[in-house]
Design a protein around this ligand. Structure first.
Ligand SMILES: Cc1ncc(COP(=O)(O)O)c(C=O)c1O
Length: 373
């Protein structure tokens, strides 16, 4: 039985006819840029995530850059973010010419550590960026307080957390703005690259919209130096259809995570992820921790199971950010976790039988170490 890390096929089969009908309409009308589906999706996503404004853009990295620029991050400013994230969070900061100030993570959930944020604040700090990694929600209330006390905005990286809630409120609606990604494998994924900025602030929404359209609100009237970052109409069609199913698919992810929890409860040597109190996480990734991870990963891959690592290298140890001068030892929690984390297959259409097989192979691989050590 081959079990991929992510299986988009079943999802596609569920939506295929509806998407094709929508695409036929786009092609018939040749409404490729800014077609009606874009506005419809933005409105529907705003309702679904309970935010006042959604601006669809070309991808999640642009969404973060645009959100940061719109809240006032400028070249030379500092932006605090966790080193345990996908590199795009840092790239968005660097592309503005601002400086990513990396901090360590909490050892339990591997999300940004508020104490580390407090220690990293300086008069040059212009924003704090929690990343709602793996579909968990970061401890926003502590971070919002820190941000307010420092007089800087919180900008959430909600790329992995569509539909996740903390104390009933959606990820991506806590800060002054948030960026999300609709990369195909995300909980809400397009048929290519896409992203969005969410915000409750009308001025921020307007600035993002202007920046994303060559700095203009009206054709050929360029008030800012912007960029071209639009949400394709084709992607909006796909997203509109999938959004209707997001809550149900997230429920299925939660059920699958709970079943992994049950199956792994009796397996020594596998640390399972646990939701923080108040969180309704959406399990974009199901990340366990094991000793001797590379060998365990190899055993899973050899058995046809598409387990993975998110992410093998904390941002500060990537070549891209070597210039920050933070080598091995700078962020011990994230570094230790990078050697232990293992993402198991998790998607809405994963079957219990597939999960049982994953756990069977995982348990055998972990036991093998126990026997040999
Ligand atoms: C945490 C995080 N931030 C940012 C991004 C960037 O999104 P995109 O790939 O759509 O540019 C991603 C996804 O790839 C992500 O997982």
């Amino acid at each position: 039985m081959r079990i991929p890390l992510v299986d988009l096929g079943a999802q596609q089969a569920e939506i295929d006819a509806e998407v094709r009908a929508g695409l036929d309409e786009v092609f018939a009308k040749t409404a490729f840029v800014g077609g009606p589906a874009v506005g419809r999706f933005e409105a529907a996503y705003a309702t679904a995530m309970d935010v006042a404004h959604v601006v669809g853009v070309a991808n999640g990295t642009d969404a973060l850059e645009l959100a940061l620029r719109a809240v006032g991050v400028t070249a030379g400013g500092e932006v605090i973010l966790p080193t345990n994230t996908f590199i795009a969070t840092a790239e968005a900061v660097s592309r503005i010419g601002a400086v990513p100030v990396l901090v360590d993570v909490d050892p339990v959930n591997l999300l940004i550590d508020p104490d580390a944020v407090r220690a990293a604040l300086t008069p040059r700090t212009q924003a704090i960026v929690p990343v709602h990694l793996f579909g968990q929600v970061a401890p926003v209330e502590v971070l919002l307080k820190l941000a307010a006390d420092a007089g800087v905005p919180l900008v959430e990286d909600a790329a992995q957390s569509q539909g996740a809630r903390r104390n009933g409120q959606f990820a991506g609606s806590f800060g002054l703005a948030a960026g999300t990604s609709f990369y195909p494998g995300k909980n809400l994924g397009a048929a290519g690259d896409a992203g969005a900025v969410t915000t409750n602030d009308a001025d921020v929404a307007r600035t993002v919209r202007v920046l994303a359209a060559h700095g203009s609100a009206h054709k050929y009237d360029h008030e800012l130096i912007g960029m071209n970052s639009r949400l394709d109409t084709v992607q909006a069609v796909v997203l509109e259809v999938k959004l209707k199913r997001l809550a149900g698919w997230n429920d299925r992810r939660r059920a699958a995570a709970a079943y992994y929890g049950e199956l792994l409860a009796g397996v020594d040597g596998v640390r399972i992820p646990v939701s923080a109190e108040g969180n309704e996480d959406v399990w974009h990734l199901y990340v366990v921790q094991v000793e001797d991870r590379d060998r365990v990963l190899q055993s899973l891959n050899d058995a046809g199971i598409g387990a993975g690592i998110h992410y093998p290298t904390p941002v500060h140890l990537t070549g891209a950010y070597a210039s920050l001068g933070q080598g091995v030892g700078a962020f011990p929690v994230a570094e230790a976790a990078a050697g232990r984390i293992l993402s198991l297959p998790l998607y809405p259409h994963l079957t219990r039988e597939q999960q049982e097989r994953v756990v069977e192979v995982l348990a055998a691989a972990v036991r093998q170490r126990g026997a040999s050590s």
